[in-house]
Design a protein around this ligand. Sequence first.
Ligand code: HEM
Length: 370
Amino acid sequence: MICNTQMFTTTRLAANQSLRRYKVQDLIIHMHEHCLAGRPVHIGQAIFATIFNLISNTIFSIDLVDPDSDSAQEFKDVVWEIMKESGRTNLGDYFSVLRLIDIQGIRRRTTGCYKKLYRIFDEMIAQRTLSRSTLSDSPRRNDFLDVLLDQKDKNDFEFSYDNIKAVLADLFIAGSETSSTTVEWAMAEFLRNPDCMAKARMELTETISSGQQVEESDIDCLPYLQAIVKETLRLHPPIPFIFRKTIMDVEISGFAIPKNTCVPVNVWAIGRDPDVWADLLSFLPQRFLGSDIDFKGQDFELISFGSGRRICPGLPLAFRMVHLMLASLLHSFDWKLPNGMMPYDMDMSSKFGLTLQLAAPLCAIPMLDG
Ligand code: HEM
């Protein structure tokens, strides 16, 4: 697939990492204002807007969530609406007769949203096609949109504008909430486990000078932070189920499964399997230090990004964004809960929308050291 071979490659992601760094810098400036005023931040909301812009800068080299732009706001609202509708249980998936009548109106509502989304993409594609034409002297962006348009220009296989728009929609919808939910859960775990937060901040202080911004290239030198992300994904996988369809009759663990059956794989339960994990409900990032278990699809104990041919193609970008944001939030600030709340008072229950989210949105106050 084009995503794996040409878009999420190390070279391509390294090429626009500075755009992502600027966006994280904006987030830190925003947090700093809250810090000076001693005001709590709605963590999920701030992170979602930044992740959205990190993805849009990787794909289009521009911000899509700019409070001063109406079309940016429209774009975010449309993606949000699609995510909300997709997260609703669709009775038609279970009862085929209901599929015909769309009793909940999900198909009708999402069709309208997709139309709006595609109209926005049409504009962006038209602008880019113009700037790529020989008549224009705009520099080439070399972002994901350029990769997709190159593919279309090559014409070596059928790749239409509709294909391009479908890929773009998939990337935004699959990438934004999954990544921001992961950062929000990790921040919640930090606030509930102050020792982990202190250890992660210590690792950052020892690796990156104070006042220096965290870079994506620093992530390799932060093993404890990486262990925290793995432990967060073990306990709170944003996509708790993945699905596979049998292509032939098979027998698994004594169960006969006929051809064409949709088999759900419970990623959430695998992360809490008592045969695999000791002290499974505790947040213990150190269990991953010195362990080879990773989420890259080879270790079936931790399949938060899936596995096999359908494994999440956005993993390399998610890896960079999630670590960069967490490291930056921790390197710049110490964090405390608002209104004298204690870590053991926190509500860590989850609710299921499109992803598995914190039921009570996290609020916290950023503070400067010393
Ligand atoms: C922490 C963040 C993320 C998590 C935990 C995650 C997890 C997953 C999972 C579990 C799947 C299904 C895989 C399977 O069936 O084996 C998936 C699919 C997908 N993900 Fe991600 N993802 C994340 C971030 C991203 C990002 C940043 C992007 C792109 C910008 C992305 C794009 C996609 C796409 C396009 C698919 C569908 C692939 C297909 O249907 O073949 N994801 N993701």
